[in-house]
Design a protein around this ligand. Sequence first.
Ligand code: UT7
Length: 327
Amino acid sequence: MVIRSRIIGTGSYLPQRVLSNKDLEKMVDTSDEWIVERTGISERRIASKDEAASDLAFYAAEKAIKDGGVTSSDIDFIIVATVTPDMLFPSTACLVQNRLGAKGAFAFDLSAACSGFIYALSVADQYIRSGMYQTGLVIGTDVFSKVIDWTDRNTCILFGDGAGAVVLKSDTGASGIISSHLFSDGTSWDMLYVPGGGSRIPPGEDMINNRLQFVKMRGNETFKVAVNTMCTSISEALKSNGLTAEDIKLFIPHQANLRIIQAIGKKLNVPMERFMINLDRYGNTSAASIPIALDEAIKEGRIENGDNILLEAFGGGLTWGAALIKW
Ligand code: UT7
């Protein structure tokens, strides 16, 4: 008897405030035309001053729990993928646990930047497959607007805020997470990072004066690595399950740049209709992008029982990975 983790509920939350490309034109030297052509992004959502990662996560989690037909007391564990936690500690997951009243759960955060959701899903899957736990809540939440340099046109046009959540349940049927494939390459840690605010450059004058609390990114290099690594992890997931791209109903990639997704489609010979895309409305929401896209794909009726779907991500670390799911 094989135990698998089945996704029984999904939910997502996007802050209300919309920041359009036209709004950005008034903030930095850019244009709607450039942003749409180079990234595919038209607008993104921005958290309010008093909204933090745990708030977004909580709203998404509430919806996923309701959707899954369970209650907070059924949850054995909570994993939150984020690189923009409310505070250094306690974990954002413990704050979410408190808000949900999920007293029986243990909770922790996981840091893998934009790949965070795939990493967290994989960890959760191992807990459930081992038979140790039955029900898990996995959340991707990020509030990049608070770590973005709003004077840097290379980065400020790309990111948005959001959260997505799934409830996983132990199941012995054919549906569930079939396999996950994770990769890291610390040699390129400085391709995409936030230098300040940790124990290397603690909050203080040096950090503020040199704007080290903000995201730094070598966009061009990141672009190329993103295409190659996401293709590698997709191929690995397909190969290890004896499948081809034809067997996948829907690809749900990390939503960083439309041109990255188009390049992956071209390399794998998969038409754009088989990719879930919502970055035009939300930009890159980091660890939240895949669970938000998954939630929307389900609600739009793009996934049916028995479909194979493939999630793939790439992010700072560097980290990347894929997860094959039979719905
Ligand atoms: O989750 C993963 C995280 N990140 C990513 O996946 C990001 C991956 N990278 C990208 O999406 C793209 O590299 C960017 C969208 C960041 C940049 O697009 P690009 O086509 O690679 O542009 P570029 O960096 O090669 O810059 C081309 C030109 C430059 O001007 P010059 O030197 O040719 O005169 C830039 O200064 O475009 C300029 N530029 C802009 N112009 C208008 C850069 N940003 C902007 C901007 N508006 N916002």
